[in-house]
Design a protein around this ligand. Structure first.
Ligand SMILES: [Zn+2]
Length: 128
């Protein structure tokens, strides 16, 4: 079992890298080994953990949020199909319900700018 990733530390590591700091300097500042800093700054490592959004700069996030908001205002919620916008423009909620002996799990995407919701993946299981 690996420890949960400290998201704040990952964000900070990317900010410091953009300021031109080395892995050693970043490690000192955020209290991690340079090897761990290397992981934090490795896009594939982040993707494997579904944490790629932690690498985005404030400007990139601002632009993404602005883009998503203007698409929302035009009733275009296609950005909710794009993982990059998760956390920034929509969140995903899991709803569980049961019909008879079947347990249903729904993945519901929720727009952060309006009440729009979209049901994504559903899965069914029998209650034993
Ligand atoms: Zn919306």
């Amino acid at each position: 079992m690996s420890r949960p990733v400290n998201q704040q530390a990952v964000r900070r590591a990317w900010e410091l890298q953009r300021e031109g700091k080395t892995h050693e300097e970043i490690g000192e500042e955020i209290g991690r080994q340079p090897r761990q800093v290397g992981n934090y700054l490795d896009l594939q490592w982040l993707r494997d953990r579904n944490l790629e959004h932690l690498s985005y700069s404030r400007t990139a996030i601002f632009n993404m949020e602005r883009e998503a908001k203007s698409r929302c205002e035009r009733q275009d919620h296609s950005f909710m199909e794009d993982n990059r916008f998760e956390w920034h423009a929509y969140t995903t909620r899991t709803d569980r319900t049961a019909i008879g002996t079947r347990r249903i799990t729904l993945e519901v995407k929720v727009c952060l700018f309006c009440p729009h919701e979209k049901v994504g993946r559903r899965s069914f299981a029998s209650v034993s």
